[in-house]
Structures are given as C-alpha cells and as structure tokens.
Design a protein around this ligand. Structure first.
Ligand code: URA
Length: 248
C-alpha cells in the first residue's frame, strides 16, 4: 500500500468512527433502505403533529439532557451551577456510574473531571480504554451542596433519568464507582472492600463493582485494589465481543 493510500484509509476510518459517535449505527445500500423497518435505524417517535420520525441515540440523549436541565424536582436543582448529564459515546459498550457531581463537575457540567476523574481516565488509558469510547455519568445529575450524601428523595427523583440513559445507550456492561453508587444501584448497603472486583447486575446489565477513585485518593493504600479492579474490568471489556461477564 502506498503512503497516500494508507493516509486515505486512515481518514476514512476516522470519519466512520466520528459518524458512529454521532449515533449512525447501521449502513445500508441505497436500494436496501426501503425494506428495513424504521425501528432498525433508531427509535420511532412522533412529532407534535403526529408524524412518525426516527430518532438517533444522539437525538434521544439530547432530548433527555434537556429534560434534566429543566428539572427542578429537588432543591439541588436550584442550587447547582450546571446539570451534569453525562458524557461519552452514545454507543458505548461500557458505562461508568458515579454517585453525584462534585465541585469541578458542577462548574463544568461534565462528570469526573476533577482529581478523581483524572485518576480514572489515567487508569483506563493504561489499559487501552479512552474516555471517548465509554460513557460516564452519575446517579444524581445535580451536585448536593458541600458534597453531602444524596438524600433518598433525590435518588428517587433522579434514578429514572439514569435508567432512561441506559436504555438509550444499551451498553453491554456497567461499572459502579464506590460504595454509595453501587449500594444505591443494588438497593442495599454493600461492603465495598468485600464486593469490589465482582459482578452484580443492574437493569439486567452486568455491573462491575469498583472502588471510587476519590476514595482511593483519600486512602492511597487502596490504590493497588483500584488498579487491579480496573485491569479486570478492562479485560472483560476487551473480551466483550466473544463473552460477557457472568453477573448475579
Ligand atoms: N465523584 C462522583 O461520584 N462523580 C463525579 O462526577 C465526580 C466525583
């Protein structure tokens, strides 16, 4: 292959990756298109005047994020600076779920961008996983003042948004970060040091239990466990096309 050909190939590959990130998932011959049910291309929705349209994942996530931005069901909807909906690939096979935005996330409207987020990003990169290919979000979309624990009614109000996010993205696996997030997803208190590195399930999706990177920053003696867990998660992620983790 000549230098020019390999450059062109690289450009095509990057273009396709970019389209996929935008939510284009299925490629059809022009002639085949009319035989394919609309649902195969996205989700059917209706416009205000009743016309059926097909919405891509990107559009559905955008709509949901607008609902979240307008949500004032809890007091923290009034005190937060920005809603923190979630970021990443709408087609991600792996979704990370944290507890709630902190100060940096609240300021930027993006999850896991402070020191804890940097640790997570760095550890994933070591195993060949980029932030852009996965999806990252929290159970709560608004920051509780002074990083207090979420109140039960806040979880009750916000968890439906998470469930809708997951049903749009349809990932193959989840990673719950920290005792609080995992306990909330599993609806029971969990001994994180005992369960870390194991699989449960949430909404029928395998859920990997991992220490929270912020907890690791506070207790550096646990860093080793965090590294082991991300390595195990990365292994399951890289093998996802041939086998999925067994979850409870
Ligand atoms: N901790 C979380 O649980 N989520 C964030 O987005 C940041 C820190």
């Amino acid at each position: 292959m000549t230098y020019d050909q390999s450059n062109t190939l690289r450009e095509i590959r990057n273009y396709l990756k970019w389209l996929r990130r935008l939510g284009f998932e299925i490629w059809l011959n022009r002639d085949e298109g009319s035989h394919v049910p609309a649902q195969a291309l996205g989700e059917l929705a209706t416009t205000e005047n009743g016309d059926a349209i097909v919405e891509t994942k990107v559009q559905r996530l955008q709509k949901l994020s607008e609902q979240v931005a307008a949500c004032r069901r809890c007091q923290i909807g009034h005190t937060r600076t920005n809603p923190v909906f979630g970021v990443g690939n709408p087609n991600a096979d792996l979704v990370f779920i944290g507890e709630a935005p902190g100060a940096n996330e609240d300021a930027q409207g993006v999850p896991f961008v402070g020191a804890a987020g940097n640790l997570l990003t760095q550890e994933l990169r070591k195993h060949g996983i980029s932030r852009e290919e996965v999806y990252i979000c929290n159970i709560l979309k608004c920051r509780p003042p002074n990083n207090r624990d979420p109140f039960p009614d806040e979880i009750l109000n916000c968890e439906p948004y998470l469930k809708q996010q997951l049903s749009i993205i349809a990932p193959k696996m989840l990673c719950g970060l920290g005792r609080f997030a995992v306990g909330t997803l599993l609806k029971r208190p969990i001994p994180i040091m005992k369960l870390r590195g194991t699989w449960e399930s949430y909404e029928g999706i395998p859920l990997f239990i991992c220490l929270h990177p912020a907890a690791v920053l506070h207790q550096p003696q646990n860093r080793h466990f965090f590294e082991i867990d991300i390595a195990a998660l990365a292994e399951a992620y890289h093998a996802r096309h041939t086998r999925l983790p067994k979850s409870k």
